[in-house]
Design a protein around this ligand. Sequence first.
Ligand SMILES: Cc1cc2nc3c(=O)[nH]c(=O)nc-3n(C[C@H](O)[C@H](O)[C@H](O)COP(=O)(O)O)c2cc1C
Length: 340
Amino acid sequence: MTRAMFGHGIGSAAPPVPNTDMSAALASLSMPSPVLTASGCAASGRELDQFFDITKIGAIVTKSVMLRPRSGRPTPRMCETPSGMLNSIGLQGPGIEEFIEVDLAWLEARGARTVVSIAGESVDEYGKVAQKLRTVGGADAIEVNISCPNVSDRNQVFACDPEMAANVIQTVRRQSDSQTPIFAKLSPDVTDIAEIARSVVRAGVDGLTVINTALGMVIDLETMRPALAGVTGGLSGPAIRPIALRCVWQIRQALPDIPILGVGGIRTGFDALQFILAGANAVSVGTMTFNDPSAPMRVHNELALALAERGFGSVSEAISYGHRGADIFETAGEGEIELE
Ligand SMILES: Cc1cc2nc3c(=O)[nH]c(=O)nc-3n(C[C@H](O)[C@H](O)[C@H](O)COP(=O)(O)O)c2cc1C
């Protein structure tokens, strides 16, 4: 991945950190920072710990783990796109038992807050993974990656159907400790993301992660075939930021009190601030960590400065600040704004 993908002037020495109160909360999870890693972009945080102290950010969100080990989809499964990348990793991973023994144990010993992302090919599999986690404890929160095809029902993606998404959440809720907050991670590939959000909230989630990658594809002009062996893949990076921001905004309008973890194309503190103003309580930094492994810490520092420059004494003061007077926008429907 080239630096040009993300522009210049980033990754420089951290600015002096002002006195901004950077504490943040996602439901019952309290954190010293509103900046987390994003699932699949930091493994279990071990590699990033060489670049910055991972206990100083909000939390490590681990790669989605399934019941059994998986080798993922065939290669090539990553490709660069304008301002982003496309991946079809296909949830490669060690399976929940090895994850608990190796990764979760390491994170616990390291003292990092941990959001464990779980996935499944059936409602039953999500339930079994949640049950295993419950027996060992150690997860500060669970993020349910519902962007998986439901193998037992026409391979429909759980996150694209309000009822299927709710079934997964109800099952995970039943199998989890009631003290552990559960987040559902939503897909942008739906007509009405607020409808899916309402459905999983009714099913018992404590918060929402918004968004997963957007489905895309690239054709390789050398081979004149799809660039990815899996044909389609998930688009991430700055290219999807406006989509992610729009989703956070729409969900905040529909559900004023639900905790939201905003994610999609964040590379600087200014980007993170946009998400917070749109209604996110915290943010995850994903693809950017491939280019700059210290990005989560850098974004934390830059966000502290950006908040202070705008007169905010704390992160919490800025959450949803972009919505003040939002009724002005609400009344002007799409295409109805009159230009004089
Ligand atoms: C290589 C790669 C692997 C990913 N793996 C997962 C995953 O296992 N589970 C998940 O919920 N999201 C996964 N994602 C999605 C990210 O967590 C994030 O939602 C998305 O990339 C948008 O954020 P970003 O633009 O900051 O990367 C993955 C993204 C990338 C680029």
